[in-house]
Write a protein that binds this ligand. Structure first.
Ligand code: KG4
Ligand code: ZN
Length: 335
């Protein structure tokens, strides 16, 4: 069988990314142009600024990905691009680039769901085994997904308010830490102790949903109350306590789902999968599921990138998923 080469393109948020993946698993190139520096002073991603950066970077990033992969457009099997969810003006830049290249080089176009992409980042390091449970935790998402086979995604739980990463970023802002706050909290938490009592939102007994806005408010009140009493709270302890509350709920629900659905594998994906507290808590919780592997991609594959889009696109391509040149961005694309 001929080798398959997929060019992946991702522009859903603040990273302009392109990558080439061979046979769905081998990363030949993975280029990411981050805009974090431009958004930092606003404390979050500014959509209009994101779109402008994508326009500037997209051609360079795609050229670099092709060059590093050492192949030409005629060697490609297909182009996979993020259709959504994400910022509409940002998504459109990647989609227009993908459509232009697909038209010019007569290549099939494969639309990819951003969250499905995050899950498939795992396949670049280890083969997936089904059924599996995937926890996707990022700046915009907190979702538990059941997969019974390749390309099949069933949402079993999601956040009812803030995404996990969003909660990290908001709490970090309260502590005057720079954006993005997740890595900052992670770092502080390692030096502190989880001694401050914060709530855990378990929700209804059987629910796989999440909620983080109450926790975020509890952090703000804890700081305010201490201030009113003329006391100070050590930000390290607050970071440790907040992180402990988030990762405890994430790990418990993921492992409970893995048991109920008799998962053969548990995956964690998305930017928050980089969190060391979550990695440790998950590893600990997985001890109650002997023989079931926990798979978490390495750091550069956890955060937004295009190799994950190409990896997911590879499977969808084999399943016959195609888009034509009317492909449009869908900012609230469902799985
Ligand atoms: O997947 P991603 O790069 O972009 C989205 O699709 O959202 O995730 C970014 C999010 C941000 O909220 C960031 O603060 C969070 O992931 N994050 C972390 C860590 N590294 C990144 N959160 C907690 N601990 C970390 N080490
Ligand atoms: Zn993402």
């Amino acid at each position: 069988k001929q080798d398959q080469f997929i060019l992946g393109i991702e522009t859903s948020c603040d990273e302009t990314a392109a990558a080439v993946v061979k046979n769905g698993k081998i990363v030949l190139s993975n280029v990411v142009a981050s805009q974090i520096e431009s958004h930092k002073r606003f404390g979050g991603v500014v959509p209009e600024i994101a779109s402008r950066h994508h326009v500037e970077q997209i051609t360079l990033v795609i050229e670099a990905a092709m060059e590093q992969a050492g192949i030409g457009f005629r060697d490609l099997t297909a182009i996979a691009v993020t259709k959504g969810p994400g910022l509409v003006g940002a998504l459109l830049i990647g989609i227009e680039a993908a459509k232009t290249l697909a038209f010019a080089h007569r290549l099939p176009l494969v639309p990819v769901h951003h969250i499905a992409g995050h899950i498939y980042a795992n396949r670049l390091e280890r083969e997936m085994e089904f059924p599996l449970i995937a926890l996707v935790v990022s700046g915009g998402h907190t979702e538990l997904i059941y997969m019974k086979e390749h390309g099949s995604f069933r949402l079993i739980g999601e956040t009812r308010d803030d995404a996990a990463g969003e909660a990290f970023d908001k709490v970090a802002r309260t502590l005057n830490l720079p954006y993005p706050g997740g890595p900052q909290i992670d770092r502080l938490a390692r030096e502190g102790k989880p001694v401050i009592d914060l709530p855990r939102a378990w929700l209804e007994k059987d629910s796989y949903d999440f909620s983080f806005s109450g926790l975020k408010s509890a952090v703000i009140y804890a700081l305010r109350d201490a201030e009113e009493r003329g006391e100070t709270i050590d930000p390290k302890d607050l970071a440790a306590s907040f992180q402990a509350s988030v990762v405890e709920v994430l790990a418990e629900k993921t492992v409970r789902a893995a048991k109920e659905f008799q998962a053969k594998q548990v995956l964690v994906a998305g930017g928050v999968a980089a969190n060391r507290g979550l990695r440790e808590k998950m590893a600990e919780a997985m001890k109650s599921l002997p023989g079931v592997p926990l798979v978490i991609p390495s750091l550069e594959l956890c955060t937004d990138n295009a190799a994950m889009i190409a990896a997911c696109g590879s499977v969808l391509f084999e399943k016959g998923v195609r888009a034509d040149l009317t492909l449009n961005a869908d900012p609230s694309y469902g799985l």
